[in-house]
Ligand binder design. Structure first.
Ligand SMILES: C[S@@+](CC[C@H](N)C(=O)[O-])C[C@H]1O[C@@H](n2cnc3c(N)ncnc32)[C@H](O)[C@@H]1O
Length: 512
């Protein structure tokens, strides 16, 4: 039976209900919702924990929210020395939420640190034991799908869940049965979100039973974001009263087969959304798709050529994404992947794995301080890729614009062309100050209709004000002055020329 009421920690314009097509329960809009407006806002989680790798550099109390506002010095908990906090305020909040119950357990286990999901399950079990959840919260949580029957059919998965449950039972000394803890583990696996910062970096795991009721569609109408421990689900498309709310559980820019296998492996369903119903190539109809998938795989068959290019590019991407890989080798692999797809006439800039290769090469260039090369690819992404891949309200699009703005700030101070740069920046007479103003102005003007979270909006607003004020001090009012507008247009045309030139060179072979 579908739960009837949202929980006290939630403000929402939805109501739970039974969803069609075997989806179980879902959430439905109780009124029309405009793009960028909140669909669900949860102030506190049922459980949220940091990834082990982030325990050192992120506050376990505010999940990095206050750090983003300038608080940087973290202090370790003097009991366990495993978790860190901005100050006493963050520490006291987490102590009250769960750390008072887990601190001694962490101390005993040191130097071992429990893996993410074990720490999350331990918190849920300890909070349940201490009566920290309301009956209503536990009711919605217990009603969530577990797919435990499917998990039981997979021995490796079942062993993993049982081992974690046994360990959590031992550490917590709870009277809950191992079976009940296994159900907690399965519910966490199926219903948790990636906890991210306001700038969309993954930092941990998050579960809220009300938000977990939202079903998936590759043609989603809402997106998920976090601001500290607060969860925001925002409308990315206009949503009509009674319409079902859908988010994406996976990266929906990947091809149908990849989406299908990710959804069935982790969530045990086949998506029948409008995007999936169009088949592997959304630009073709069903019978064209059918004939594509049954054509023989020969060298003169365009499908085979495309598949080979895709497979080779994916191999290069995976080789480069290996965290142990030498960054200069990764960059070479990524360049080869980009060149392979650029030289395949049929590959659009927005078709995967082309955008993934570009995202990865930007990260690799940033990690090697190659800021000019990162800027060139970030400009290509901003101007040529994202408009095809993402709706204008999409937070990823706003994040990519923010990264371009940050690189423009950096290069406005100084830059030197490096051998790895696809083109020479000095050949294009770029005015980084104008580019910065333009990108920030665009971001600031679209804030209200975007799905970004409050801290991100504050950051953009403050940066735009600062840049605008700096121009004003010099007597330039870019918003109104017609001469300034002409200058801006010129700066933008130069950036467009740079992007075109860099893309033209992308198909050139990369030497070994
Ligand atoms: C996070 S839960 C969503 C809430 C769930 N419907 C419930 O009743 O608890 C994820 C599960 O919901 C179901 N689900 C979500 N989206 C679906 C879809 N598009 N088609 C079919 N089932 C879906 C699957 O069983 C999936 O494992």
């Amino acid at each position: 039976m579908a739960p009837q009421e949202p929980l006290p920690s939630v403000s929402t314009r939805t109501v739970p209900g039974s969803a069609p097509n075997g989806m179980g329960n879902g959430l439905f809009a109780t009124e029309d919702i405009k793009v960028g407006e909140d669909v669900v806002h949860a102030k506190t989680p049922f459980v949220a924990i940091l990834d082990s790798a982030r325990l050192e550099d992120t506050c376990s109390g505010c999940f990095g929210k206050r750090q983003m506002a300038g608080n940087s010095d973290l202090k370790a908990c003097t009991g366990c020395r495993v978790v860190k906090y901005c100050d006493r305020t963050c520490q006291a909040k987490d102590w009250k939420f769960a750390h008072s119950m887990e601190c001694k357990i962490f101390q005993k286990l040191k130097p071992q640190i429990l893996p993410n999901n074990a720490r999350a399950i331990l918190r849920m079990v300890l909070r349940t034991g201490k009566g920290k959840y309301t009956t209503q919260e536990l009711g919605v949580f217990s009603n969530l799908e577990t797919h435990i029957a499917e998990i039981q059919q997979n021995q490796t998965q079942m062993d993993r869940v049982s081992l974690t449950a046994k360990a959590v039972k031992g550490y917590s000394e709870t009277d809950m049965t191992e079976e009940a803890i296994c159900a907690y583990a399965a519910r966490l696996d199926l219903n948790s979100f990636n906890l991210t910062t306001a700038l969309y970096d993954r930092i941990g795991l998050y579960l809220h039973p009300y938000a977990a009721l939202i079903n998936h569609s590759c043609d989603y109408n809402a997106t998920v974001g976090f601001d500290g421990e607060e969860l925001f689900i925002k409308a990315i498309k206009p949503i009509k009263k009674h319409e079902q709310i859908f988010i994406s559980y996976i990266d929906t820019t990947t091809p149908l087969q990849v989406r299908r296998s990710e959804l069935s492996e982790r969530y045990y369903f086949t998506c029948t959304c409008p995007k999936c119903s169009k088949g592997p190539n959304p630009n073709l109809n069903e019978s064209q798709n059918e004939s594509l998938s049954t054509s023989p795989n020969t060298d003169d068959n365009p499908t085979a050529i495309v598949e080979t290019a895709e497979r080779d590019a994916l191999e290069l991407l995976h080789a480069a994404s290996d965290s142990d890989a030498d960054p200069s080798k990764s960059i070479k692999s990524l360049k080869k992947g980009l060149s392979l797809l650029a030289s395949s006439a049929t590959w659009s800039l927005s078709r995967q794995p082309y955008p993934q290769l570009r995202d990865q090469i930007i990260l690799s260039y940033l990690s090697t301080n190659s800021f000019s090369a990162a800027f060139i690819h970030a400009a290509i992404r901003y101007l040529r890729v994202d408009p095809l891949l993402y709706n204008p309200a999409h937070p990823i699009r706003h994040l990519h614009a923010w990264i371009l703005a940050k690189l423009a700030i950096y290069l406005s101070q100084s830059f030197e062309t490096k051998p790895e740069d696809p083109v020479r920046l000095e050949d294009f007479q770029l005015n980084f100050h104008f580019i910065l103003w333009y990108v920030l102005a665009d971001l600031a003007s679209r804030q209200m209709e975007s799905c970004t979270v409050p801290s991100f909006r504050t950051l953009v607003g403050a940066n735009f004000k600062q840049v605008n004020d700096e121009f004003r001090v010099q007597g330039i009012d870019l918003g109104s002055n017609s001469q300034a507008k002409a200058l801006l247009g010129g700066a933008w045309a130069n950036l467009e020329r740079l992007v075109d030139a860099a893309l033209e060179k992308e198909s050139e072979p990369v030497p070994n």
